[in-house]
Every structure is written in structure tokens, then in C-alpha cells.
Design a protein around this ligand. Sequence first.
Ligand SMILES: Nc1ncnc2c1ncn2[C@@H]1O[C@H](COP(=O)(O)OP(=O)(O)OP(=O)(O)O)[C@@H](O)[C@H]1O
Ligand SMILES: [Mg+2]
Length: 240
Amino acid sequence: MEPLIRVQNLMKIYNPGENEVRALDDVSLDIGQGEFVAIIGQSGSGKSTFMNMLGCLDVPTSGHYFLNGKDVSSLSDDELSEIRNQEIGFIFQGFNLIQNLTALENVELPLIYRNVPAAERRRLSEESLKRVGLEKRMDHKPTEMSGGQQQRVAIARALAAAPPLILADEPTGNLDSKSSREIMDILRKLHTEGRTVILITHDDKIAQSAKRIIRIMDGKIESDSGMADPKSMEEENGEK
Ligand SMILES: Nc1ncnc2c1ncn2[C@@H]1O[C@H](COP(=O)(O)OP(=O)(O)OP(=O)(O)O)[C@@H](O)[C@H]1O
Ligand SMILES: [Mg+2]
């Protein structure tokens, strides 16, 4: 079966010429449907650059990126935004919620862009907020919630349309340790339910939650703990 993500010889070069920076230097990897992967590396190693590629927020200088079998390396801005909308749920360090909308309205937003009818939109959003334990906070605005609650709203928003890929960029970067644990518990649970989760972090402890850890350094893959063995994954899921 085709992997969810196939990256081949991906290069991203900033300032081509004398001062060029190879932010991604010949990166190739596959990530299968249902994997829980952490991408870890020091500041400046290329994590955000890689995240931008995987999230279809930017295109590579050269190389290929197949998402769900489709080559997205050379699409136009409009086509990229369509792919983002259909295929990817984003979770960011800064939550990125709209301040004057309630939790429910924030979660509904991507569904509006997807032309989901109003009643269905509401049902999916309520369900999604319940899954992250916020059924009592649906009508609250971001300023009326803690950081951990805001990040849970952002997770509910990422989940509502059931995209095949969840991309989280330092999702616990602005949270205390208790809220961080709650967020990681939710991401782990999503993985056990069969979602594909890619987590970007500089924190070893956070990365340990993932089933596969990919280390990048100077734009290159330094180590990759490899694809999880599907059998051991099943056993683990059965235990929970
Ligand atoms: N727009 C840009 N123009 C030029 N160089 C850039 C640009 N964006 C990133 N870089 C360089 O590319 C390299 C990788 O940057 P990137 O932002 O991907 O690192 P990172 O791993 O996300 O770091 P951090 O943990 O600090 O967020 C760095 O050397 C950075 O200076
Ligand atoms: Mg970064």
C-alpha cells in the first residue's frame, strides 16, 4: 500500500548562491497511515522548514512530496490551500484561535471552508469538543480559557473534519507541565484510534511519547527509529 507520506530527495535552499542555507538537504522518508512520529532537532536544524513542506505551506526547491499518493511538490498556492483544507489538521504552539469567536465557532471554521452544511457542522464540532473534554466550555471565548484548554480547542478544530494527517508544531511549547501531559495524552489517544500524528518538538521527553523518532540535524536525517512494527502496535493498542 502507498504510504500516507512519501518524501523523496527533498531540498529546501534559502538564499541560493554564496550564502545559501540548505535548510533541508536531500531528505527522503515514508510515513505510513496511522503512525505517530516525532521530528526532533535543535534550533535551526530544519524542523519548521520540514513542517512547512509536510503541511503544504511551502514548496521544496527540488525533490518530491507525495501526500496520499498525490505529488504536491509543484502545486500552485490555490491548490496547496485546497490540499491543506482537505488533508491536514494543524495544531500550533500559539494555538492560533480566533479571539472573538467561541470555542464552538472556532472549531466550526474549517468546516465552513469545506462547505459542510450548518447542522452537520455543529454536530461534528460538538462531538470534537467533547472528545477533548470541553463540552462545558463550548460557548467560551479563548480569553476565558486556560492555555491548556485553548490548545484542546485547537486540537478539536484540527480533528473535526477528520483529516488523514494531524500535524502538531511544538504543541506544548506554551504550556505548563500538567497541561502538556494532557495534550500529549490526547495525541497518544488519537494515535491509538488510528490517526496519523506528526509532532515537531525540540524536547526529548515530549518526543518519547511517539512511536517513531526522527532526528534532524543541519537539514539532514540524523537518525530514524524506523517504522513501527504493525504487530507490536496492535498489541500495545489492545492493552489500553
Ligand atoms: N526564510 C528564510 N530565509 C533564509 N534562511 C532561512 C529562512 N527560514 C529558515 N532559514 C534557515 O534555515 C535553517 C532551518 O530553519 P528552521 O526554521 O527550519 O529551523 P528549526 O529547526 O525550526 O529551528 P527552531 O527550533 O529554532 O524553530 C536555519 O539555519 C534558518 O536560519
Ligand atoms: Mg522552528
